[in-house]
Design a protein around this ligand. Structure first.
Ligand SMILES: [Zn+2]
Length: 388
């Protein structure tokens, strides 16, 4: 069983590498590195899951492996099709594949495929959704972006602090260096889990809103064309951190489960097209799009989402002829991220330095010669001045 999944994984990796090399990507290497740990999958019928205990068969004649789970699996035991045991980011985890039924709704509440909403994906707003009747949803991703920036700053600081422990070329790493690497892996994994959780929550917000609006078709602008163009060092990193393929997959899975269809369409030009008069206008630098032909002004991402909705294959019957000023629902993604609760936008922003909060006050002229100068590191306090 274990050998089968290892072989399958290896052959998948080998064939995808071969296909990419054939397509001209010469930098792709075949999977040849020796690995200490490999993910192993057990299929339906070979494992038993009772409560928080997972029983996995091992070699013939050996006692089974009992894995105690951190929390119960959120699916009914009969729906679990396979489990995968993997070691990721310094933690042993179980990946569960379950077959779930599509949600059933009471009569008159099911999503209507004729009701279409356009979805614009972005970094500042992971999802901007424009639905029929001027209803719209904006999910803010500023907390996610801040988490990425915070993580990058932390990584740089950590690397600077631990660089002298790194082994030189050709040398075996010290025990201390291995501990350092392990710590770095744990931190990386935590950041990945945090961002993934935020993306799931953002997608769930969209699907909940769509179900509430009885929207049966989501037309999503696919921005993956931009990922293949070199955009410079900083913007390339931003685009990588955006995780667009994962975002699309998460949205697609949740929509399918809710009984909502998803169409992927070309999003080219949607953020520089006026939704009212359909003329091309320069792409706005900020969040507000204003058209000089028809005096339209509105949110740039919602305008793009509206234009995307009109590109639904087979037409969008309920799409109104113009974008009215309807109800815009605002939601934030990643509310669980550290220090987000207290901050309005970016949790990395420090609170303003006010005179009461430890400010040294106005700079005073340097003391004149003859007066004893303070020792290095000492600070002069006077009775009336602010104290730290
Ligand atoms: Zn216009």
């Amino acid at each position: 069983m274990g050998a089968r999944s290892v072989l399958r994984r290896y052959s998948d990796a080998w064939f995808s590498a071969a296909a990419r090399r054939k397509a001209g990507a010469t930098e792709v290497r075949y999977p040849r590195r020796r690995r200490a740990l490999m993910p192993i999958r057990w299929y339906h019928g070979t494992f038993t899951l009772t409560g928080r205990t997972l029983r996995l068969p091992t070699a013939r004649g050996c006692p089974p492996l009992l894995v105690r789970l951190d929390r119960p699996v959120p699916y009914l035991p009969g729906t679990v099709r396979s489990v995968k045991l993997l070691f990721a980011d310094g933690r042993l985890c179980i990946d569960v594949t379950a077959e779930l039924p599509v949600t059933s709704y009471p009569a008159g509440h099911a999503p209507d495929p004729q009701r279409v909403a356009g979805v614009d994906l972005g970094i500042i707003h992971p999802f901007a959704v424009a639905g029929p009747g001027g209803q719209a949803l904006l999910v803010s991703g500023r907390a996610i972006r801040a988490e990425h920036r915070l993580h990058l700053a932390d990584t740089k600081r950590r690397q600077r602090a631990t660089a002298d422990r790194a082994p030189s070329r050709g040398q075996h790493g010290s025990r201390r260096w291995r501990k350092t690497r392990r710590r770095a892996r744990l931190v990386e994994g935590r950041q990945r889990r945090r961002v993934r959780q935020a993306l799931h929550e953002a997608a769930k917000t969209v699907i909940d809103w769509a179900v509430q609006q009885r929207i049966g078709t989501l037309t999503v602008g696919d921005p993956r064309g931009v990922l293949n163009q070199p955009a410079g060092r900083k913007h390339n990193l931003r685009l990588r951190q955006w995780q667009i393929g994962r975002t699309l997959q998460i949205l697609h899975d949740k929509a399918t489960l809710a009984g909502i269809r998803v169409h992927l369409v070309d999003e080219r030009g949607t953020s520089s097209t006026c939704p009212q008069c359909k003329k091309r206008i320069p792409k706005p630098a900020g969040r507000t799009m204003s058209c000089r032909h028809c005096q339209f002004a509105g949110h740039r991402d919602l305008a793009a989402a509206f234009t995307i909705a009109t590109r639904t294959p087979g037409g969008a019957p309920t799409t109104p002829a113009h974008m009215p000023g309807g109800v815009v629902t605002h939601r934030r993604a990643g509310r669980h991220l550290p220090r987000v609760a207290t901050a309005r936008r970016d949790p990395r922003r420090r609170p303003p330095r006010t005179a009461t909060a430890g400010s040294l006050g106005q700079r005073r002229p340097a003391p004149s010669r003859g007066v004893a100068r303070p020792q290095f590191g000492a600070r002069i306090h006077d009775a009336t001045g602010p104290t730290r």
